[in-house]
Write a new protein. Structure first.
Length: 225
């Protein structure tokens, strides 16, 4: 093989280079925006074993009984929006990841692409802070992902990124609740529903999404280079 041909082939291999602005890159960014929208309206049922508070009362009963067995299985409706956002930044990098999220936010201010609708009035919804928090979280993630994405780095990004989103989301929620003079019961229920067990699922699936995004980037490098 001549050096010229070898050089051309090597130019299509992903070596950690930043993505350039090309038609393929812009198309991929648009598809990432669509992916975020789809994830917003997608619910995945997760089932896992757990021990309820009244576990001791069931120990003397037949644990093979179907109804009793279901009492030890937890069902959770999970929305994978946060892992998908981190998949996008892992796939496209910090610059295009931020572009995709900003595009999603702008679309949401005109069209019903957010979980509870859309429009300018959505700025005063309790959950809008979580969406805004995507921007600092993916800026942080994109910066770290410039290095080698080893296991520890992926875990660090997942934990820090997800916690950043939830903390900023809660602060925004408290701000809106103060403006609305909402009761503490309502505020507590919102925080629990948005940032309760959801945080642990987000961290787990975000780590998987980041790894998947880096591997997918290698496969699609020809399109995006």
């Amino acid at each position: 093989m001549s050096k010229r041909v070898e050089k051309q082939l090597n130019s299509f291999k992903y070596k950690g280079e930043p993505i350039r602005i090309t038609l393929g890159t812009l198309v991929m960014t648009a598809l990432c925006v669509l992916l975020i929208i789809v994830a917003t309206f997608t619910q995945v049922t997760i089932m896992h074993p757990y021990l309820p508070m009244d576990t001791l009362t069931y120990l003397s009963q037949d644990l093979t009984d179907t109804e009793i067995l279901h009492h030890f299985i937890k069902k959770y409706q999970y929305i994978p929006q946060i892992p998908v956002v981190f998949f996008v930044v892992s796939l496209m990098g910090r610059k295009f990841g931020i572009l995709a999220v900003i595009t999603y936010i702008i679309l949401g201010l005109f069209f019903p692409v957010f979980a509870l609708g859309g429009g300018v009035s959505y700025l005063f919804e309790y959950g809008f802070g979580y969406i805004l928090a995507f921007l600092p979280a993916i800026f942080f993630a994109g910066t770290i992902l410039k290095g080698k994405p080893d296991f520890l780095r992926i875990i660090l990004i997942s934990v820090a990124g997800v916690i950043t989103i939830h903390l900023l989301g809660i602060l925004y929620m408290l701000f809106i609740a103060t403006l609305r003079h909402a009761s503490m019961d309502l505020i507590s229920s919102w925080i629990f529903s948005q940032s309760g067990v959801q945080v642990f699922y987000d961290i787990f699936f975000t780590a998987m999404a980041i790894w998947l995004g880096k591997e997918t980037r290698k496969l699609l490098w020809i399109i995006m280079c």
